[in-house]
Write a protein that binds this ligand. Structure first.
Ligand SMILES: Cc1cc2nc3c(=O)[nH]c(=O)nc-3n(C[C@H](O)[C@H](O)[C@H](O)COP(=O)(O)OP(=O)(O)OC[C@H]3O[C@@H](n4cnc5c(N)ncnc54)[C@H](O)[C@@H]3O)c2cc1C
Length: 323
């Protein structure tokens, strides 16, 4: 992970300072505040700030449900209920701010998520550092024959090494050209005083998509879950998925009840089309007499609440097996 010396000193300094607050805080988040989690070869995700916790979701929900929530009075149960029934606004009460370092081609996918606030490193103002992503050999694969947007079998080690060499050679050359065009050393002095340097906003055209950029990214929990639902999914490109997986872990520290409900009702859940539902229903009816007596007797082992179990039975049109 590449944090420069100035950044590391700033982090150390900021982490040594603590403040008293009346705001709710989450101990597991305080532990990692400002800390960077490495991703890919030079990237990271760093927690800058957060607002709210599981209770903030519940608190907001209770404003709308008021006394009517008596039956779902446990925080965990209420959060589950809200997610399952797509009552999303209470989740917007929580916000998170991250500092992310990521390759440009990953940033291009990430920025499509419009419901966040972004401030990116300016390559018009500053000189980009010589950091570019080179996939590990096991990540280098052929084009998938079944998924036009994905990869298939891994390249053999010899071919993988050839690809890596080419990527390193091209990026190294591109960076040399970039610095040549800028004609500027790290102190901002001309390298060759007899030649004009090209403006930073133009010289950056030389760089390839695997160079790293950085940004601050702030998003509310509802939109974060939308992002994670798409980018932590197994169909997402590996290079963005690894960032989503780190953020998912941070979410688990931050709002563990919401995280659990999100995994259960979104990440691991599937949606059936009308035809698929009728097919599953027909299969269930065929097998019901054989399997349902045993299954309904042990319905607690399914992990479903009584309410969820009964909803499944209604969907399958098997009301006689409600509990
Ligand atoms: C596997 C995968 C493959 C993809 N392939 C491509 C591709 O080939 N080409 C390509 O261009 N993109 C591609 N994308 C990007 C994709 O189309 C979305 O742009 C991206 O995932 C962001 O999703 P979003 O718009 O729902 O998110 P956000 O921008 O965060 O929006 C969240 C939600 O807010 C609402 N919203 C936001 N803005 C508007 C608006 N202006 N109008 C109405 N509703 C709005 C929508 O309900 C939206 O779902 C791909 C994404 C994935 C995950």
């Amino acid at each position: 992970m590449s944090l420069n010396e100035i950044q590391l000193a700033e982090i150390e300094d900021a982490r040594s300072t603590t403040r008293q607050t009346r705001r709710p805080t989450v101990e597991a988040m305080e532990e990692i505040l400002l800390q960077a989690f490495p991703v890919l070869d030079h990237g990271f995700v760093r927690l800058i700030d957060y607002m709210g916790d599981d209770s903030a979701i519940v608190q907001a929900a209770r404003v709308s449900y008021g006394r009517g929530t008596r039956k779902v009075n446990e925080d965990r149960g209420l959060i589950n209920y809200l997610l399952r029934h797509r009552h999303t606004t209470p989740f917007e009460m929580c916000e998170i701010k991250l500092h992310v370092k990521l390759p440009l081609f990953v940033a291009r996918q990430w920025i499509r998520h419009r419901t966040a606030n972004v401030n990116e490193y300016s390559a018009r103002y500053s000189i980009l550092s010589n950091e570019f992503y080179v996939p590990a050999p096991e990540q280098l694969a052929v084009q998938s024959s079944t998924n036009r947007q994905g990869r298939g079998n891994t390249l053999n080690p010899q071919q993988a090494e050839e690809v890596r060499k080419l990527l390193i050679m091209d990026a190294t050359h591109a960076y040399e050209q970039y610095r040549y065009l800028l004609n500027e050393n790290d102190e901002g002095e001309p390298v060759d005083p007899g030649r004009d340097g090209l403006a930073r906003e133009l010289a950056r055209m030389e760089l390839s998509l695997n160079f790293y950029t950085e940004w601050y990214w702030k998003v509310d929990l509802h939109n974060l879950m939308h992002f994670l639902g798409l980018r932590a999914d197994s169909h997402a490109q590996y290079e963005i998925r690894v960032y989503a997986e780190v953020i998912l872990e941070i979410m688990n520290r931050w709002v563990p009840f919401a995280h659990q409900a999100f995994v259960e009702h979104h990440l691991e859940a599937v949606t059936f089309s009308g035809n698929a539902k009728r097919l599953v229903r027909a299969l269930a009816h065929t097998a019901a007499d054989a399997v349902m007596p045993e299954l309904s007797r042990k319905f607690g082992e399914s992990g479903l609440t009584k309410r969820e179990w009964n909803e499944v039975m209604d969907t399958l049109e098997l009301p006689q097996w409600k509990v």
